[in-house]
Design a protein around this ligand. Structure first.
Ligand code: NAD
Length: 271
């Protein structure tokens, strides 16, 4: 362990992944632990949180699993209380939960819009609500919010209006918290991942390929489209998100506050 988060307690919300493989939250939890943090792995699916804890403890790291719905106030309060009861402090909050949803304003239902905002935005508000007083009391803390380049770009031909708008709200929430808490020793930054190959994307590719005559070919086509759209010729991975989160969580980023860190291989600098 290099110890960049030595003696720190980190909560990773959405620390599991929605399918087999390495998602942003799972990679982040493991990376934090490898750098010496005690990691409180939270997911609405207990088995997903436990899987991540298993990966960490197998490597000799320290972690605990907790089941919580990050969009529910009582559940988030219980999460914070449980982490404090176990380890007595919270140095890092990594907000990683998020769901995708396709459709423009005409196609998308009101219920789907609300669901996306509850999971992608309300959850970040609630975790901040309960963690900020703890960090303020400590005089120190770092919040890392996982947004998306979808908050600043809407490629032609792909509509996901609720996702775009929800991630835009995550950016605004991040900047407002950064400003309000700067003089209290608490930093708040966001990561804007680009096209990353995570289980969430495998799931979407599966959806796309469902019912196609040649399922595997359709699946590969979807993955190839995303690889081709990446300036490097390959999508990023959860480890790229995790390494950015590690920097923002660590004291190396002590003077980095209110920053929206794009991690996209350069896709947003292209026309
Ligand atoms: N994969 C990409 O290409 C990409 C790109 C940009 C941003 N992101 C963002 O990265 C984050 C994670 O993405 P991922 O691809 O690793 O996804 P993932 O679905 O594999 O992991 C997310 C985890 O969050 C959990 N979760 C969902 N809702 C929850 C809730 N209400 N309470 C507690 N846990 C909940 C899920 O069970 C899952 O284990 C999301 O915010 C997503 O929007 C992903």
């Amino acid at each position: 362990m290099a110890g960049r988060l030595k003696d720190k307690v980190a909560i990773v919300v959405g620390a599991g992944s929605s399918g087999p493989g390495w998602g942003n939250g799972k990679c982040t939890a493991v990376t934090f632990a490898r750098e010496g943090a005690k990691v409180f792995c939270v997911d609405r699916k207990r088995a997903a949180a436990e899987e991540t804890v298993g990966l960490i403890t197998k490597e000799g790291g320290e972690a605990a699993a907790f089941e919580a719905d990050a969009s529910n106030n009582a559940s988030v309060k219980a999460m914070v209380d449980a982490c404090l009861a176990k380890w007595g402090r919270i140095d890092v909050l990594d907000n990683n939960v998020g769901i995708g949803s396709t459709g423009g304003p005409v196609e998308l239902s009101e219920d789907e819009w609300q669901l996306v905002f509850d999971v992608n935005v309300k959850s970040f508000f609630l975790t901040a609500k309960h963690v900020l007083p703890v960090m303020e009391k400590q005089g120190k803390g770092s919040i890392v919010n996982v947004s998306s380049i979808a908050s600043i770009r809407s490629p032609k031909g792909v509509s996901y209006i609720a996702y775009n708008a929800s991630k835009g709200a995550v950016n605004s929430l991040t900047l407002a918290i950064a400003s309000q808490y700067a003089d209290k020793g608490v930093r708040c930054n966001a990561i804007l991942p680009g096209l990353m190959h995570t289980p969430m994307i495998d799931f979407l590719a599966e959806q796309y390929a469902k019912g196609e005559k040649d399922h595997n070919q359709a699946y590969d086509k979807m993955i190839a489209i995303r690889d081709r759209a990446s300036p490097t010729g390959k999508m990023g991975t959860g480890w790229d998100t995790a390494n950015a989160a590690l920097f923002l969580a660590s004291d190396e980023a002590a003077y980095v506050n209110g920053h929206l860190l794009v991690v996209d291989g350069g896709i947003t600098v292209r026309a």
